[in-house]
Design a protein around this ligand. Structure first.
Ligand SMILES: C[S@@+](CC[C@H](N)C(=O)[O-])C[C@H]1O[C@@H](n2cnc3c(N)ncnc32)[C@H](O)[C@@H]1O
Length: 274
């Protein structure tokens, strides 16, 4: 199958419109071409044109798009990544929310995107390890990602050495079982997170998740352009309870995207409040 520059532009424009992800020719041409050749073999697409038609109008267009997205997402993540943010959550953010919330209401935390689950599971481990709040208050932890395969992986909770490389041996011993070189997370912790495939641009999917007190959105906005970042930032704004907090990755700055959040400094790091 021929995959010209023009074909690449059409396909990446379509992906951008549906997911916000901006692709570059140098970094993504090979990935897209590989996916196209794979699908052409499986479904006998004879040309880019027939593939692109099936992607937009075919009976299985949603599944086709899903497998295309799964092929281009960057899922890099690991337990306790940028650990100071989990410390800020435990020491500063949660006590503030706890003090201002009705006693019988749960604190809801969203990880968007959660990739293979290390981020929301890190939140759960910090709650268990460091916080006496867990005995006073119910928590609901939700993880979402656009990539369906990575959500399956998050639900399985089986990790490589690389995923757990910053965890102490005490934490690994306490919460994981080592099997054939992999680390299997305790089933009770796996059951504590509700994982869902969802697209942060999809207003209905976001609305259906309900309101949250804290949103972690780390290392996804960097893959979007300014227009998309703004749209997602406003979706998050609408999903937060009043005075709720949002934490971004170290290369992401909310005030360059929208001005509706108030920057707040904890432990010399900036996070944002509604
Ligand atoms: C690099 S991972 C970040 C994971 C984790 N937050 C962390 O910082 O370790 C980026 C994730 O964003 C997800 N993603 C990209 N576009 C998305 C979208 N429109 N909606 C939801 N998730 C998306 C990708 O599938 C990928 O798993």
């Amino acid at each position: 199958m021929v995959f010209s520059q023009q074909n690449f532009d059409k396909l990446s424009e379509y992906i951008y419109r549906k997911s916000g992800i901006s692709l570059e020719h140098t970094a993504h041409y090979d990935k897209l071409y590989k996916q196209l050749k794979k699908r052409a073999n499986e479904e006998n697409y004879s040309s880019f044109r027939s593939y692109f038609y099936a992607l937009r109008f075919g009976d299985y267009k949603d599944q086709e798009f899903e497998s295309l997205i799964n092929a281009v997402t960057v899922n890099e993540t690991y337990f306790f990544r940028e650990n100071h943010q989990f410390e800020i959550l435990i020491d500063d953010v949660l006590p503030t929310i706890h003090a201002n919330k009705k006693a019988n209401e749960p604190i809801r935390i969203l990880s968007a995107p959660c990739s293979s689950g290390e981020e929301p599971y890190s939140i759960a481990l910090h709650l268990l390890e460091d916080d006496d709040l867990i005995n006073k208050r119910d928590f609901e932890l939700v993880g979402i990602d656009i990539d369906s395969q990575i959500i399956d992986k998050a639900n399985r909770g089986i990790y490589s050495e690389r995923s757990v490389h910053v965890l102490s041996s005490e934490i690994k011993d306490r919460y994981f079982t080592k099997k054939n070189g992999s680390y299997e997370l305790d089933p009770d912790i796996r059951g504590a997170i509700s994982f869902k495939k969802a697209n942060v641009f999809d207003k209905k999917e976001m609305h259906d998740l309900g309101k949250f007190d804290v949103i972690f959105s780390r290392n996804m906005l960097i893959y979007f352009d300014d227009v998309s970042r703004k749209e997602v930032a406003m979706n998050f704004y609408n999903m937060l309870n009043p005075k709720g907090f949002i934490l971004l990755g170290h290369a992401e700055y909310m005030n360059r995207i929208v001005t509706v959040f108030k920057p707040v400094e904890f432990k010399k790091h900036i996070i944002y409040q509604k």
